[in-house]
Design a protein around this ligand. Structure first.
Ligand code: ATP
Ligand code: MG
Length: 335
């Protein structure tokens, strides 16, 4: 590779801010959508409580972590106290209960990697996936949402990166590219590493929130109202950050040795995690540590072929950000 890390950004970078902000704003869900989600949750809750009075429903994923686009489906977690229950049995029962209402296309997918019930609500037009006892996802959803409240530039950056990844076809875990969750972690890490930092490392601060889920201790500082203005010593704009993000993943990241870790607010070494060689299907070609399940590499879906696709896309985006007179057209061009 003859690319070298660029330290000098194009001189007219600030000119690009209005186009990025327009795209960001066009992707934000309108308030009516939140209302419809609540309406559907209330309906689901009514049915669930009848069968399992102790159970609770939680929203998780992009509909609750503040990184969701308009018209997204919703992800719901049914929390049933007992850890030893047979999930398939619960899901089949749940599907039966929901079929009796006006809901459409109700299906239990009990053999999926994450078993779910899928359905569509014709009243609100919202599709929804319901899983059972996936509480870590509920907690990491809260962590992402809390980060997004600290500095608006996280939400702006993550929207642009997710929109780019969806447009370029590199947001498909079944094809070996990365999940939206992984891209948001990459954005948080990037903003933690700015100098001065735009985001703190909440898991290294005083513990104000603590919960034990599936034997994983989850704790961090969640009083984020107290962190307003944390990033104000850094005045980088969205255009500079998009430029910097792609430049980092195209030319600076050390894929051979480094793991990004929002848990520690820094890079950690692959050697320290014993992620230096392939074990089973985990190749560790790009390493993104889960903030709570720290043995879990979100890059594990990436293989020899898809790492090339990803890196070529980062390089393409970095070139466009550096040289294209109007990057917002080419950057999001369908692949
Ligand atoms: P999209 O807008 O593309 O639907 P999303 O935020 O719903 O994005 P997904 O990647 O579909 O993102 O993940 C949904 C949620 O599931 C995440 O917010 C996270 O809570 C959880 N999740 C997804 N993948 C993982 C994973 N590999 N490990 C732990 N939790 C995960
Ligand atoms: Mg989703």
């Amino acid at each position: 590779r003859n690319y070298r890390s660029r330290t000098e950004c194009r001189g007219d970078i600030q000119r690009l801010n209005p186009s990025f902000l327009t795209i960001y704003e066009s992707l934000i869900p309108p308030n009516e959508e939140k209302e419809k989600q609540k309406q559907l949750m209330a309906l689901l809750d009514k049915h669930v409580k009848k069968e399992w009075p102790e159970a609770r429903l939680f929203l998780y994923g992009s509909c609750a972590n503040s990184f969701g686009f308009r018209k997204s489906d919703i992800d719901v977690c049914l929390a049933i106290g007992d850890a030893d229950i047979d999930k398939a049995e619960i899901l089949l029962k749940l599907a039966d209960i929901l079929k009796s209402d006006h809901l459409e296309n109700v299906q239990a997918l009990t053999r999926a990697r994450v078993p779910i019930v899928k359905l569509m609500d014709p009243t609100t037009g919202i599709s929804c996936d319901i899983c059972v006892n996936n509480l870590l996802a509920v907690i990491n959803t809260k962590l992402l949402r809390d980060y997004s409240k600290i500095d608006v530039r996280l939400r702006q950056l993550a929207f642009i990166i997710k929109h780019w990844a969806k447009s370029r076809g590199v947001n498909e875990t079944y094809q070996g590219t990365l999940s939206s969750y992984a891209y948001v972690l990459m954005c948080i890490h990037f903003l933690q590493m700015r100098s001065p930092p735009i985001l703190p490392c909440l898991q290294e601060m005083e513990t104000t929130y603590k919960i034990n889920v599936d034997n994983v201790e989850c704790s961090y500082f969640d009083q984020v109202d107290k962190l307003q203005g944390f990033g104000s010593r850094n005045n980088e704009t969205i255009a500079q950050l998009v430029w910097g993000f792609f430049n980092y993943w195209a030319h600076s990241h050390d894929y051979a040795n480094d793991v990004i870790s929002i848990r520690s607010g820094s890079l950690v070494s692959k050697r320290a995690k014993d992620w230096t060689r392939r074990i089973g299907n985990d190749r560790h070609l790009i390493c993104i540590e889960d903030p709570f399940e720290v043995s879990h590499d979100l890059g594990r879906v990436v293989d020899k072929r898809s790492i090339r696709v990803l890196r070529e896309e980062f390089e393409r985006a970095a070139e466009i950000m550096q040289f294209d007179p109007n990057p917002c057209v080419k950057l999001f061009e369908p692949y």
